[in-house]
Write a protein that binds this ligand. Structure first.
Ligand code: NAP
Length: 243
């Protein structure tokens, strides 16, 4: 049975990925940081689907916690076949108004967290002779967003990280790809008013905000045999918003 480790699986996109892979029979390692109740309810949902799961509290900014999380997953399931670097936070402010603490936190969670997690997972994938890593970036990592300059930088970093790892570990049958979602309906966008959402929808050719399943379905495609010749790619899922 294959094992997937998803960072930031307690809510939003990560949660949807966890549920989809559980339905497909994968062992699911659920990482969370603050949302313990949501993580527990996801665990119960997955177990009720007759899939195996483990709950892993870790702040991905902290390399010791990340290392422990990876070791716990290996102790429980023996191997990690798929890693999804999904944990992330965003901000909405002028750069000049951003505290140094927040700037560091965004980079540390979104970029460094993904680097630490990959660094600790890859040795086990090498032992296993295979692996898939999916990094969840953003359209703003491709295009840059006003009021989200640190966020956009962290996500642009993930794109370079993806391409670098793909070149470094493709030879070892570890395939690394990056998904750049557009606007997806999660807590991350809960502060948008109805009129702001409507304004954005007008600019999206398919005339809707994305669902978490729009992302999880692509993760599954990349991680199953359908994705076995796709490596180092940056795939935009935004309904045509950034065309
Ligand atoms: P969300 O609903 O706000 O969920 C964020 C997840 O990240 C939560 O499960 C949270 O866990 C976790 N997280 C935050 N800080 C963490 C930390 N230090 N350590 C471990 N986990 C942490 O956001 P989302 O929309 O699902 O976003 C998921 C990913 O997609 C992010 O990387 C985001 O940048 C990216 N993305 C989202 C959109 C969008 O429109 N929603 C668009 C482009 C890209 P806890 O609550 O347990 O702390």
């Amino acid at each position: 049975m294959k094992t997937i480790l998803i960072t930031g699986a307690s809510r939003g996109i990560g949660r949807e990925i966890a549920k989809l892979f559980a339905k497909k029979g994968y062992n699911v390692a659920i990482n969370y940081n603050k949302s313990i109740d949501k993580a527990k309810s996801l665990y119960e949902e997955i177990v009720s689907l007759n899939a195996n799961a483990i709950l892993l509290k870790a702040d991905v900014q902290n390399p010791k916690e990340v290392k422990h999380m990876v070791e716990e997953t290996i102790a429980c399931f023996g191997h990690i076949d798929i890693l999804v670097n999904n944990a992330g936070i965003c901000q909405n402010n002028l750069l000049i108004d951003e505290s140094d603490e927040l700037t560091a936190q965004i980079i540390n969670i979104n970029l460094l967290g993904s680097i630490y997690t990959s660094k600790y997972v890859i040795p086990f994938m090498l032992k296993n002779g295979k692996g898939k890593i999916i990094n969840i970036s953003s359209i703003w990592g491709q295009h840059g967003a006003s009021l989200e300059s640190t966020y956009s930088s962290s996500k642009a970093g993930l794109i370079a990280f993806t391409k670098s790892l793909a070149k470094e570990y493709g030879y070892n049958n570890i395939l690394v790809n990056c998904i750049c979602p557009g606007l997806i309906d999660t807590d991350m966008n809960k502060n948008l008013s109805k009129s702001e959402r409507d304004e954005i929808i007008k600019k999206i050719p398919v005339q809707r905000i994305g669902e978490t399943s729009d992302i999880s379905n692509l993760v599954l495609f990349l991680c199953e045999e359908t994705g076995d010749y796709i490596n180092g790619q940056v795939i935009t899922v935004d309904g045509g918003f950034t065309l």
